[in-house]
Structures are given as C-alpha cells and as structure tokens.
Design a binder for this molecule. Structure first.
Ligand code: OAD
Length: 238
C-alpha cells in the first residue's frame, strides 16, 4: 500500500463522477445530453450568441440544483488529505459545481469554470453570484462597466480551460497523481495523467467504470468514489 507523508506532492483530478453520489448527473451517463439538451445548444460560445435565454436558463437550472445537493464522503476525504499535506496538495476539478468548496477544500483549480461565478463579456471581470441571483430568470448586469450583461464563467466547448500553465507546472512536479470520477474523454484534462506519468509520478484511479485512459494508471480502484475514497485516504495517511 502506497504511503503519503506530508512531503509527498499530490495532485488530484476530479470529474463528474465524484459528485454523482451527491445527486448531480454525470455528462456521459445521460446519452450525450445534459438535462435534455444537446451540448452544442447550451455549452458553446455559438449557443450563447444564438440563444442566450436558453443558455442562461440552462445554467440557472444547474445553479438551483446546487441549492439542493451537498458534498458526499468523497469530497470530505479530499479535505482530510489536504489537511495532511497542506501546500503539497492541489485539487484540479473539471466540475463546475461548488461541492469541493463547500466540503472545505482550499487549494482548488476549477479548470472548466464555476457555476457560482459570472464574467463580464466586455470588461472580463469575474463576479460571485449572490444566492438570490440563482433564482433570477433575467441576466445579471456588470457592476463595473455600464451594466453590460454577465455570462456564465464556464469553459464552453471550443474555449481554453483556465489556469493551464499552473496546472501543467504542478502536474509535472507531483509525486502522485490521482484521477477520480472522470471518463478520460475530454482533453486537455484527460492527457494530464500521461504528463504526470512521463515526469515520474505514480498514477492512481478511482472510478465506477474503466476510463478511456485506464492503462495509464499504476493502481486502479473500481467502484463509487464515496465508498472507496474515505478508506483509501485513511490508509494513505496513516
Ligand atoms: P463524464 O460524465 O464523462 O464521466 C464521469 C465518470 O464518472 C464516468 O467514467 C463514470 O463511470 C464515473 N462515475 C460515475 N459515478 C461515479 C461514482 N459514484 N464514483 C466514481 N466514479 C463515478 O464526466 P467527466 O469526465 O467529468 O466539460 O467529463 C469531463 C468533461 O466533459 C466535463 O468537465 C465537461 C464535459 O464535457 C466541459 O464542460 C468543458
């Protein structure tokens, strides 16, 4: 069994599977549809230009859902791991929900954006949504530049993920790289394991099904993250 001491540099990559036990649907489980919408209708810059109301209402629905779900034991286990490792811990998530944040994780990069944030289309400033704004049918206006419309701070298809240079730097320098609840289909996230491996990291996976980059993992635990991860973290750090 692998041991993790406070000097071990650990990078975690999470995907939709870690939030599944909290009640948020994964992407590929719903046959390529998100809450009955085709991806290109709600998650591309073109969709926002063509039908901003549809896109806005889609993300408002997902924000409202956040008010009904809570972190599960897998999110909590990662907080325990971070408490053990301090600055040697980095959590990269592809998820746009706020469950890592609400569980208490601190060092988190949301490489695909965040539902609770909005960004001005003109001045590019990013704002945290107020709770009551989750319920609005109308757009929220920019508080800094003449009330221009704010867009979801979400990385849509054909857009570049956030904080990539920081991500690459941390992945290249980690000792252990762990993927949790991600199918390994969407790049560049899916390629981070190859980078970690080529730089000498041990790679661990926790997933319900075998992901498409399964072969890259040195250790793989198949099952639900909420059932596997709490024990695994305990064993790693004790
Ligand atoms: P996917 O929906 O592609 O994959 C979710 C993975 O989680 C699958 O491999 C499931 O087997 C696994 N899974 C389901 N329940 C689980 C559980 N309880 N415990 C552990 N694993 C479980 O989601 P992602 O890989 O996150 O991008 O998708 C990556 C990106 O594709 C998303 O961030 C999104 C989407 O297009 C953008 O929005 C840019």
């Amino acid at each position: 069994m692998l041991q993790i001491n406070p000097n071990t540099k650990v990078v975690i990559l999470t995907g939709a599977g870690i939030s599944a036990e909290s009640g948020i649907k994964t992407f590929r489980a719903s046959g390529g549809l998100w809450e009955n919408h085709a991806i290109e209708d709600v998650a591309t810059p073109n969709a926002w230009m063509r039908d901003p109301n549809l896109v806005w209402n889609f993300y408002q629905g997902r924000r409202k859902q956040l008010l009904e779900v809570k972190p599960n034991p897998a999110h909590n286990a990662l907080v325990d791991l971070e408490n053990h490792l301090g600055n040697n811990f980095l959590l990269i998530t592809q998820n746009v929900d706020d469950l890592h944040h609400r569980a208490g994780s601190k060092n988190v990069i949301h490489m695909h954006g965040e539902l609770r944030l909005l960004r001005c289309e003109v001045c590019m400033n990013v704002f945290e949504m107020m709770d009551e704004e989750h319920l609005l049918g109308n757009y929220v206006a920019c508080k800094l530049c003449e009330n221009n419309r704010l867009r979801p701070h979400i990385v849509w298809f054909h857009e570049t993920p956030l904080q990539l240079s920081e991500i690459y730097q941390k992945v290249e320098n980690c000792d252990i790289f762990v993927t949790i609840g991600t199918s390994g289909h969407v790049y560049p996230a899916a390629g981070l394991i190859s980078l970690a491996k080529s730089c000498g990291a041990k790679c661990i996976g926790v997933n319900l099904d075998t992901p498409s980059n399964y072969d890259e993992h040195d250790y793989f635990y198949q099952g639900k993250a909420g059932e596997i991860l709490p024990d695994l973290v305990k064993k790693w750090i004790n």
